[in-house]
Design a protein around this ligand. Structure first.
Ligand code: PGA
Length: 253
């Protein structure tokens, strides 16, 4: 049985006051929910603040990105070792915003995935197609290319303890959620591609959905056989929404 996984990706949002207000509301709500792994991913500069507010609870700390290099002369970079040292257990790699706006290639994402694992962090690997790619029938080709880059670099076994987030780019922050059936089809495809390399790993890897997940649609999405939770953007900034999404994941057995 795969333990459900829900991560909140705050993206470049928040300030010290709003973070504190959000977590003061959220932490007690999450404390009442069991059977789901929850992770909060704030901007780097707020990792310590968030850790001080969630520390000692079951909720884990994650980063939104990391540098592919180890410590050294890489101005502006934040290494896997620094994230680990700062109390992170998870890190998002290959988010579509990183790919589209910061020019991250499949090879760079695979490298980041590798260094995260080497440091003992759980990578949350984002994959997903744009609207144009979906409309031209290229969804599986694109998702497979993004996935294979990581499997070739790290081996399929590396996915066992990782999380794959299927996030159709057209559904992120747009209010257009993939239907449960659309998402399930891609999740099943991803699990099948992992199974082609290693069936045992495919049975264990958590594949979560991201893209306009809200309390109102989470239950239906998480009811699908291959959807093991969610990567949540906008709704992660609202305590009641995020907690309700975690509750929906916890209810799925
Ligand atoms: P959204 O973002 O929930 O705001 O669509 C999801 C994500 O980008 O991780």
């Amino acid at each position: 049985m795969r333990v459900k996984f829900v991560a909140g990706n705050w993206k470049m949002n928040g300030n010290r006051a709003s973070n504190e207000a959000l977590l003061t509301d959220l932490v007690p709500l999450l404390a009442g929910i069991s059977g789901v792994e929850s992770v909060i991913c704030p901007p780097f500069v707020y990792l310590q603040q968030v850790l001080s507010l969630i520390g000692g609870t079951k909720t884990a700390l994650g980063a939104q990105d990391l540098c592919q290099f180890g410590n050294g002369a890489y101005t502006g970079g934040v290494s896997a070792a620094m994230l680990k040292d700062s109390g992170c257990s998870h890190v998002i790699v290959g988010h579509s915003e990183r790919r589209a706006l910061f020019g991250e290639t499949d090879a760079l994402v695979a490298e980041k995935f590798a260094v995260a694992r080497e440091a003992g962090l759980v990578p949350v690997l984002c994959v997903g197609e744009t609207l144009a790619e979906r409309e031209s029938g290229a969804t599986e080709k694109v998702v497979d290319r993004q996935l294979q880059a990581v499997m070739q670099r790290c081996g399929a076994a590396a996915l066992r303890d990782a999380v794959v987030a299927y996030e159709p780019v057209w559904a992120i922050g747009t209010g257009k959620t993939a239907t449960p059936e659309q998402a399930q089809a891609v999740h099943a495809f991803i699990r099948g591609r992992v199974a082609a390399a290693d069936a045992a790993v495919a049975a264990e890897v958590r594949i979560v959905y991201g893209g306009s997940v809200k309390a109102a649609n989470a239950e239906q999405l998480f009811a699908m056989a291959d959807i093991d939770g969610g990567l949540i953007g906008g709704a992660a900034l609202v305590a009641g929404e995020f907690a309700a999404i975690c509750r929906a994941a916890a209810q799925k057995h």
